[in-house]
Ligand binder design. Structure first.
Ligand code: PLP
Length: 481
């Protein structure tokens, strides 16, 4: 293996991975037993296929603050934080108290509540938006935003970046981690279904572009001129480790979307209210037409939201008389007469949308926990973890680098800097596996896959960061002994 960093002995990596996996089995017999039972009732033994990993997932019993306990009573410092849901930490005391009141007073009315207005106002202020709607997950948020963009533009195609994950609806469940032999040329990647059961017709409407390559995107937009309703992008690719945008990339996306009359959608499901008070919008200073939120905005309660510019979001009210880009749509190719079915507005529906429980959770999380003054500390802790991890990689000359954007980061076990999905394929899976089990066995819990990253919460401490780094150092020392 040619790497920036020393040659790591493959035999040593395999030996540590095998030993640590056995240690994991030894520590977690109750999880193993629950998994066997779960497989009789749940495909793969889990409720969401993301929860499945070999040899079996930990079954959890309890969590508070930055800690989580499995059913065998093992305690972990949680750096997974539910795939980035918990910037507020587990069961933040302020939230727990507010929700007790809410649970005792009705959790679903399907009538609107005042908290929903306040939460929408809070999101508008943070994201520079005019209008907001709620849903129940990130998947719903991206699905709904895409429909709004299609209704607004009267076009059907969307552009999605290779390696990006935006939830589990058909339009976007493509080219997430496509196999090398199917992914096609770098400048015009093939659209590859990421699941069985996706109709060919859906795939035909999703065009794939490489992340971080604005001029390739420009050529793709030219090739589909007048057909693209939306460009959907996660401002930092957080589903292939941590891949930040190159300087100027998001700005160029903004220009290209405007030039081609396409709606620019930022998927802020992971970045929103985590990277900064105003999410990636504030962090990078680029304003999309629409944005999608979920995960951390609910402090651990299911929620989703999307919002943005009035003229685009107004498609939910009516398409008659709403001004297009540039007021009259001139030169944008927008022609609403192509809208199938002749409906004059975009449907956005959902029994649980805006329910009092998630509205209260969102409001307390944003107004009382993830307040402006929370971010400097979150960023400082993240730098401490990245610097500490990088220090270990340097000290032991290991192949990889530590990276964070705001309070989310990871160690990328790869030879060079990753700028898009195709670089990510070079990641050393075996080394990652050895480190995951090594750390878990010593009470440091990371997400169970190299494509995810650590998320810090307001309830983490510097001492916990230092513990994480110390265990990583033990791992590096053993690996190179
Ligand atoms: C960037 C991004 N968008 C959308 C989603 C889908 O969100 P959910 O799992 O809440 O449906 C995810 C989930 O991980 C995500 O990371």
């Amino acid at each position: 293996m040619t790497v920036a960093g020393r040659q790591v002995s493959r035999a040593r990596v395999a030996e540590i991975a095998a030993r640590e996996e056995q240690g994991y089995r030894d520590r977690t017999p109750k999880s193993a037993a629950l998994f066997e039972r779960a497989r009789q009732s749940l495909p793969l033994g889990v409720a969401s296929s993301f929860q499945a990993y070999d040899p079996y997932p930990l079954f959890m019993a309890d969590a508070r603050g930055s800690r989580i306990w499995d059913v065998d009573g093992n305690e972990y410092l949680d750096f997974d934080m539910a795939f980035g849901v918990l910037a507020a930490g587990h069961s933040h005391p302020i939230l727990a108290e507010a929700l007790q009141h809410r649970v005792a007073n009705g959790t679903c009315y399907t009538f609107p509540v005042a908290d929903g207005i306040e939460l929408a106002e809070e999101i508008k202020a943070r994201f520079g938006a005019d209008l907001v709607r709620f849903s129940n997950s990130g998947t719903e948020a991206t699905m709904d935003a895409i429909r709004v963009a299609r209704g607004y533009t009267g076009r059907e195609k969307i552009i999605k970046m290779e390696g990006g994950y935006h939830g589990h609806h058909d339009d976007v469940l493509v080219s997430i981690q496509p196999p090398r032999e199917l992914m096609g040329p770098a400048e015009s990647p093939t659209t590859v279904a990421a699941s069985a059961g996706i109709p060919r017709s859906r795939i035909a409407e999703t065009v794939i572009a490489p992340f971080n390559e604005p001029e390739m995107l420009a050529a793709i937009l030219e090739a589909h001129d007048g057909e693209v309703a939306a460009i959907l992008v996660e401002p930092v690719q957080f589903n292939i480790g941590v891949v930040p945008p190159k300087p100027g990339y998001l700005e160029r996306l903004r220009e290209l979307a405007t030039e081609h009359g396409a709606v620019l959608i930022f998927d802020e499901v992971k970045t929103g209210v985590v990277l900064a008070w105003g999410g990636a919008y504030e962090y990078f200073g680029v304003r999309p037409d629409l944005f999608c939120l979920a995960k951390s905005i609910g402090g651990g309660i299911p929620i989703g939201a999307f919002g943005g510019r009035r003229e685009v979001m107004a498609a939910i009210e009516t398409l008659d008389g709403t001004p297009a880009f540039g007021q009259d749509g001139a030169g944008t190719g927008i022609n609403r007469s192509t809208i199938p079915g002749g409906s004059t507005r975009v449907a956005h529906l959902g029994t649980f949308n805006g329910n009092p429980l998630s509205m209260a959770a969102g409001l307390v999380t944003l107004r009382q926990i993830l307040t402006k003054d929370a971010y400097p500390r979150l960023h400082a802790m993240a730098e401490r973890l990245t610097d500490g991890s990088q220090g270990v990689l340097d000290e032991y000359d290991l192949p990889g680098y530590a990276i964070n954007v705001g309070p989310k980061g990871c160690v990328m076990f790869t030879p060079g800097r990753v700028t898009n999905y195709r670089d990510f394929i070079g990641l050393d899976d075996e080394l990652w596996t050895a480190s995951f089990f090594y750390l878990a066995n010593r009470g440091i819990l990371l997400p169970p896959g190299p494509d995810d990253q650590w998320t810090l919460s307001v309830q983490h401490t510097d001492a916990e960061i230092d513990r994480h780094v110390a265990v990583f150092r033990e791992f590096a020392a053993e690996l190179t002994a």
